[in-house]
Design a protein around this ligand. Structure first.
Ligand code: ACO
Length: 358
């Protein structure tokens, strides 16, 4: 009999299976290119939960199902395996006990209870907080667009269109009623998808959040259902003399919704929102991952071009001149006007100059 330790090790990223669950009725209306929204997916990282090696000891055929009601993110947990090691010296890892430290205690292990939660949620769940923006894509079958969230390749349908799938963004703080509980269910995605991500301190009052949801009208009913797509968290720092610098700290779009333009929409909405606020001097980003930096560059570039910066008579004035003064003054003015952080503004401006000079 082989009893090597290796035989009892499971990769925790593979063992943990995540899924966003919609009611049967709501799942049925999804078109072929939309069903990924309800298919299982795996985390990118589990080391904050199961340790640096991302291994779980003591099981064969291990599967950990962590399911979320697609709107409220209420959770269902099931740990199943073919075999568990029987050894007093080297007992199997306590999976549920470990996860318990990272998810709120009110998850259910009963499929029946979870189904009832999903069904009830479908009729009653509404995102918390203040709506700060929305965009549309058409449901496949409505004959409009190509089902792309960025509306490319056809005009996006109106939000009043019955078939339109609308994406809505909501701003919340800790004082938004019910948000603390919602956040405790949502924050696990930070550990699972952001490298080096950690939970925010609930006793730091100033956190701001923007959540993103898909909204659909149920056929033959007046009910709108909401399904979680992603979110971002922001922290305000004092900025001399009397304003704040908003630092974007965490940003995640769940894998079933990635590469469809949602990240760009969420970032642009947050950017537009902070630009509209007199109290905010600029938006900065904490330790951005490469994919996020890319997204930020593309959106900041598009934004500055839309704002006409390349048409500005001073755009090329003084570039490469020995005396930096006048050029630096214009750059500083533009940067302040657009509320982009200094290093980011310099980078994006350089990209625009290179493009122009090419
Ligand atoms: N069809 C196909 N592709 C598209 C479409 C579309 N309609 N729209 C955009 N894309 C492409 C973009 O061109 C882009 O391509 P690229 O990666 O080759 O440049 C790519 O999809 C991503 O753009 P978006 O769709 O706008 O971004 P997405 O919604 O996938 O979000 C993000 C990107 C946030 C990085 C996401 O992948 C994610 O959450 N990853 C895991 C967590 C993470 O790393 N977060 C950032 C950490 S940094 C921080 O928190 C400060």
């Amino acid at each position: 009999m082989s009893s090597g330790v290796e035989d009892w090790l499971t990769d925790s990223n593979e063992a943990l299976s995540l899924q966003l669950i919609r009611s049967e009725e709501d799942a049925e209306v999804l078109a072929d290119d939309e069903v990924q929204a309800i298919e299982p997916f795996h985390p990118d990282f589990t080391y904050p939960i199961f340790g640096d090696k991302e291994k779980i000891f003591g099981y064969r055929g291990l599967e950990i199902k962590l399911h979320f009601a697609s709107g409220s993110l209420k959770q269902f947990l099931a740990v199943t395996y073919d075999e568990k090691i029987k050894s007093e010296d080297t007992p199997a890892d306590d999976i549920e006990g470990t996860l318990y430290n990272f998810i709120p205690a009110d998850y259910t292990k009963s499929e029946v209870a979870f189904d009832a939660i999903v069904d009830a949620d479908a009729k009653t769940f509404h995102p918390l907080g203040e709506k700060i923006g929305s965009y549309t894509r058409s449901a496949v079958g409505s004959g409009k667009g190509k089902g792309k969230a960025n509306g490319e390749g056809g005009s996006a349908p109106s939000e009043d269109d019955e078939n339109a799938v609308v994406y809505e963004m909501y701003k919340t703080t800790w004082s938004t009623p019910g948000f603390r509980d919602f956040h405790r269910r949502m924050q696990v995605f930070i550990l699972l998808f952001i490298e080096g991500g950690s939970y925010v301190q609930e006793d730091e009052d100033a956190w701001e959040f923007v959540t993103l949801f898909e909204r659909r009208k149920r056929p033959d009913s007046d009910i709108f259902t909401y399904h979680f797509v992603g979110y971002t968290s922001l922290y305000p720092f004092w900025c001399f003399p009397d304003r704040i610098r908003l630092r974007l700290s965490q940003f995640v779009i769940l894998p079933p919704f990635q590469h469809q333009g949602h990240g760009s929409h969420l970032y642009s909405a947050v950017f537009a929102h902070m630009r509209s606020r007199d109290d905010v001097a600029e938006l900065t980003v904490e330790d951005p991952a490469e994919a996020f930096e890319d997204l930020r560059d593309r959106n900041d570039l598009r934004f500055l071009v839309q704002q006409g910066i390349t048409e500005d008579p001073k755009f090329l004035e003084g570039v490469g001149a020995e005396e930096r003064g006048p050029r630096a003054k214009w750059e500083a003015e533009k940067r302040k006007e657009h509320k982009i952080a200094e290093r980011q503004f310099d980078r994006v401006l350089e990209m625009l100059l290179l493009r122009q000079l090419d």
